[in-house]
Ligand binder design. Structure first.
Ligand SMILES: Nc1ncnc2c1ncn2[C@@H]1O[C@H](COP(=O)(O)OP(=O)(O)OP(=O)(O)O)[C@@H](O)[C@H]1O
Ligand SMILES: [Mg+2]
Length: 230
């Protein structure tokens, strides 16, 4: 599998505090890699380093993709409340010179063109997240970094948005880095998984391998906390 993202021994510090301490991973084409871990473990910091929002203090990030886009937890907040869906998508289309129309982008994320004239406040949380994903797709990204894209959504809606990500991976050969709190999310959706604790990966490998035979005590504790799922 061709790697679109290759990270070697990444370190990121905020002043004297080292939030990411020597993390290595790769993301192949059409692959979904999950990063799971407790709050403050450094997941978003990795996403920020990949998108250039934070500079690594050491290590290497090699990105083979032409375009990397990000999707955030707060879908409603990431959309301009004064812009209709048509203008939000139109803006992205104009900026990225994509060949897709707004209606095509909506169709990709399972929304009808009836949404074009609507404002974010007229949409559900799940619909807003679909619109932000559509906007991210405007430039035909090869890699999508989704930082807790379903954490703010109702459980029933979470499954639908996750299914959408899986479908996009199939249809567009999209590579996805999926950051999540919920083990069930990464277990059901991801090909490979990294479990993060205090700035380091304590487990990393195929989803079945990591959850079937966790190396770290931390992963075992996470698994024990959600017995109903496993
Ligand atoms: N801009 C910043 N300045 C200083 N410290 C920061 C900054 N951003 C994050 N941190 C610290 O770095 C650590 C990792 O933060 P990060 O946001 O990467 O965690 P996370 O795993 O994404 O957590 P969450 O699950 O809550 O989103 C935390 O201890 C956090 O307080
Ligand atoms: Mg975070």
């Amino acid at each position: 599998m061709q790697s679109l993202v290759e990270v070697k021994d990444l370190h990121v510090r905020y002043g004297r505090f080292e939030a990411v301490r020597g993390v290595s991973f790769s993301l192949g084409r059409g692959e979904i890699l999950g990063i799971v871990g407790e709050s403050g473990s450094g997941k978003s910091t990795i996403a920020k380093a990949l998108t250039g929002l934070e500079r690594p203090s050491a290590g290497e990030i090699a990105i083979g993709a032409k375009s990397v886009q990000m999707v955030f937890q707060d879908a409603v907040g990431s959309l301009n409340p004064r812009m209709t869906v048509a203008s939000a998508l139109g803006e992205a289309i104009a900026a990225k010179k994509t060949k897709r129309t707004a209606a095509e982008l909506l169709a990709l994320v399972g929304l009808s063109s009836a949404a074009l004239g609507q404002y974010p406040r007229e949409l559900s949380g799940g619909q807003c997240q679909r619109v932000s994903i559509a906007r991210a797709l405007a430039c035909d990204p090869e890699v999508l970094i989704a930082d807790e894209p379903v954490s703010a959504l109702d459980v029933s809606v979470q499954a639908k948005v996750l299914n959408l990500l899986r479908r996009l991976r199939e249809e567009l050969s999209l590579s996805i880095l999926l950051i999540a709190h919920d083990l069930a999310v990464v277990r059901n959706v991801c090909d490979r998984v990294a479990v993060m604790e205090k700035g380091v990966f304590v487990d990393y490998g195929g989803a079945d391998e990591v959850f079937g035979h966790p190396k770290s005590e931390y992963t075992r504790r996470l698994l024990a906390a959600v017995p109903s799922v496993f």
